[in-house]
Each structure stands twice: as structure tokens, then as C-alpha cells.
Write a protein that binds this ligand. Structure first.
Ligand code: LIP
Length: 268
């Protein structure tokens, strides 16, 4: 954890410098509305150097570099050097560095750092979840009408737009509100901190959710795929909340799916 915290803070300092000069960054497109800048690359370089110096044999799954094989088959770092790139490039201070540690296919530790708000979220399997040394616990609300539920909204060229509208319609009707932060790692941390009661998203990547998933679990939350099956980092979707709200989120998602199937005359 110390290695992860030091690396996240160093990368966070690099991001803070670039955030102060965001208008001077070189920005390019990886796909439609999918931006990458030299801030993402600088942060990734810091993380790659720091983590590989501390554990030379461990591999990586990184947003920009992709998979980097290590000699140790057991361990790998799952890293998003800048989660919330679009926010960052618009001067919105909701972005984070996210580092998950996978051991034998299981995430066993996670660190998420939002340098603009000086919020460091940390969890290790069996050791609880913390925000700047304060122990975290998911919210205790028991019914959707009192809940704020977060999600990610598909954007130009990405994701299932009609499917999202079916889902959003249900949550609009059943909850106290929907939020879209724009950084999946922080959505998960906000669930762990009890700020959000639940969160679901489709079309996410392993590096968006690796660290956050263990932070939610260590704060007492439940994390699965959106169909209720066991959470899989590489399945591209996630749903979470406390035990009751997680179940209620899954029910709404199943209802949305059924409504969509019915509208299509029963076809999948
Ligand atoms: C982004 C997220 C955002 C999600 C986008 C994207 P990036 O990550 O965290 O909340 O909705 O699909 O994955 O690209 O800024 O690291």
C-alpha cells in the first residue's frame, strides 16, 4: 500500500501541475470524443517508473500502455493514470489517479487519489477502506426513493445509448436523483464514503474500476456485474451499493432490460 500511495501522490502532483496549465496541453483523440493528453501520458510514466522500480517483476494493465507482461505471473498493477480525462480537460476538478493491485486474479488493494480535492482513498483486503485516514462505511439507506444513484452516461460514438435511456428512465422515476461525476474510480469511492447510495455503469474498463471495487467492498458494500453475476474486472460493467440498495439497483436494471425487450416485441 505504501508503494501505491507514494506513486499515486507523485502522479497526482504531476497532474496538478498540468491542471494549472490545461490550456497548453496537447490533446489528441483515441476515438470519437475519447481524449488523451500529455497529462495522461506524464502521469502514466510516473506510475510506471515508481511501481516498476518498487516491484520490478510485476506486470501492468494500463490505460495508455495496455498490457505489460511481468515475470511474476501472480501480480499485476491495474492503472488509470487519469480517470476523468474529459473533466480534467474542461477544468473540472473531478479526476483521479487509480491503482489496483491484482494477485492471482483477485484485486487485493486499491488506491484512488483526487489531487484537486486532496482526497486519498485506500483499501487493502481485510483491512477496511479509508479516506485520508478516516474509516469509510457505505451509506445505510434502505430504499431507493431516498437514494442518490450515480452512473456514467454513454457519449458520442460510445456505448448503448437506447439501453441507457431505458435504465435512466427507471432510476429517474424511483430515486431521489441520478448523478454523473465523469470519473468511474471516484463514483465507486463516493459509494464507499456514503456520498452516493449506489452506482452502475456499462462500457467501463478494468482500470476505471479495479481500485474502486475493493474500496467499496472494504467499506461494506456489494459489487457485482449489472446482471448480478460475480464482478469481473474485464466484463465492462459494474453495479454496487449497500446490500439492499445493490439489490434494488439490480432489480431496476433487470426491469429496464425487460421493458426494452418488450418494446422490441420480445427479441433480445
Ligand atoms: C472515463 C470514466 C467516466 C466514464 C467514461 C470513461 P477516462 O474514464 O471514468 O466516468 O463514464 O466511460 O471511461 O477515460 O477518463 O479514464
Amino acid at each position: 500500500l505504501n508503494v501505491m500511495i507514494q506513486a499515486a501522490m507523485k502522479a497526482g502532483r504531476a497532474l496538478t501541475r498540468d491542471f494549472g496549465e490545461v490550456q497548453n496541453l496537447q490533446v489528441s483523440l483515441k476515438g470519437p470524443a475519447d481524449f488523451v493528453s500529455n497529462a495522461d501520458r506524464r502521469s502514466e510514466e510516473v506510475l510506471y517508473q515508481e511501481l516498476s522500480r518498487a516491484r520490478p517483476d510485476w506486470g501492468f494493465v494500463m490505460e495508455e500502455r495496455g498490457v505489460v507482461e511481468g515475470r511474476d505471473p501472480e501480480h499485476r498493477w491495474i492503472v488509470d493514470p487519469l480517470d476523468g480525462t474529459t473533466n480534467f480537460l474542461h477544468g473540472i476538478p473531478i479526476f483521479a489517479v487509480s491503482i489496483g493491485l491484482e494477485r492471482a486474479g483477485q484485486v487485493v488493494a486499491g488506491v484512488v487519489f483526487n489531487p484537486a480535492m486532496d482526497e486519498l482513498y485506500v483499501a487493502e483486503r481485510g483491512g477496511g477502506a479509508f479516506l485520508n485516514d478516516r474509516r469509510l462505511r457505505v451509506a445505510a439507506r434502505r430504499a431507493l426513493p431516498e437514494c442518490v444513484i450515480a452512473t456514467g452516461i454513454p457519449f458520442m460514438g460510445h456505448g448503448d445509448h437506447p439501453g441507457f435511456l431505458y435504465e435512466a428512465r427507471n432510476f429517474m422515476a424511483e430515486t431521489a436523483g441520478i448523478r454523473r461525476l465523469g470519473a468511474a474510480a471516484l463514483d465507486l469511492c463516493y459509494v464507499a464514503a456514503g456520498r452516493f447510495d449506489g452506482y452502475w455503469e456499462n462500457g467501463i474498463k478494468a482500470w476505471d474500476v479495479a481500485a474502486g471495487s475493493i474500496i467499496v467492498r472494504e467499506a461494506g458494500g456489494f459489487v457485482t456485474s449489472t446482471d448480478g453475476s460475480a464482478f469481473d474486472l474485464f466484463s465492462g460493467n459494474v453495479a454496487c451499493g449497500n446490500e439492499l440498495i445493490h439489490k434494488a439497483v439490480l432489480e431496476q436494471l433487470a426491469k429496464a432490460n425487460a421493458a426494452r425487450r418488450a418494446a422490441r416485441g420480445g427479441s433480445a
